[in-house]
Write a protein that binds this ligand. Structure first.
Ligand code: CA
Length: 222
């Protein structure tokens, strides 16, 4: 999953980038509101973290413009603790959730996970569950038939994306768009390699190859 951080506090943005990358997300960062307005609408982000006080254009203005043009991706706003009016305005403008600064990194992770599950129709589950596999996003491992299966960072990110899109055919280029940030060079073999590793670990039928179309996580594989 690919996340855009829009935050002009460089120290906080650095910290967020490190935390989110460690949690297996592809991360892009912008500090200017005008850049964020455009890039947030054009690039296929799965979620956007949006500060409200930004140079160029305020977070609220950006959010209103996105929503007015049907840009409906999940947006989590970051606000100052005592700015309750801002939080209300943010929610009215179409934010999906908010966090007040300073926040605990784990709370951010859990809110992001919940927002992504909700955005993909997995509403009432505390953990991702698909194709007979449970994903422990905290430990970055899979659980199948009560057995813990260790995953590399790349395998974890790929499996999470496929689990959030269970039953859908996902092209390699879409996987590239969502698993890597804007600066990573494309290598079409790399995804194939990780898919094969996941099959070895979780069973060869878990990911189906649809020739010329992409990959699909089986709905009910054993
Ligand atoms: Ca700010």
């Amino acid at each position: 999953m690919r996340i855009l951080i829009v935050e002009d506090n460089v120290a906080l943005a650095d910290e967020l980038t490190v935390d989110l990358k460690r949690a297996g997300y592809a991360v892009d960062w912008l500090a200017d509101g005008r850049d964020a307005l455009i890039q947030g609408a054009v690039e296929p982000y799965d979620l956007i973290l949006l500060d409200l006080g930004l140079p160029g254009k305020s977070g609220l203005e950006i959010l209103r413009e996105w929503r007015a043009t049907q840009m409906l991706r999940p947006v989590l706003i970051l606000t100052a603790r005592d700015h309750w009016a801002e939080r209300i305005e943010g929610l009215k403008a179409g934010a999906d959730d908010y966090l007040t600064k300073p926040f605990h990194p784990e709370e951010l992770q859990l809110r992001i996970q919940a927002l992504l599950r909700r955005a993909h129709g997995q509403v009432n589950q505390p953990q991702l569950h698909a194709a007979g596999v449970q994903l422990d996003e905290g430990r970055q491992c899979a659980v199948k038939n009560d057995e813990i299966i260790e995953l590399t960072a790349a395998e974890f990110s790929l499996l999470r994306y496929l689990m959030l899109h269970e039953g859908q055919i996902i092209s390699k280029s879409k996987l590239h768009d969502h698993l890597y940030d804007g600066e990573t060079e494309r290598d079409s073999n790399v995804i194939e390699v990780h898919v094969n590793h996941l099959r070895r670990k979780l069973g060869k039928d878990i990911i189906e190859t649809k020739r010329g179309q992409g990959y699909r996580l089986q709905k009910n594989s054993e």
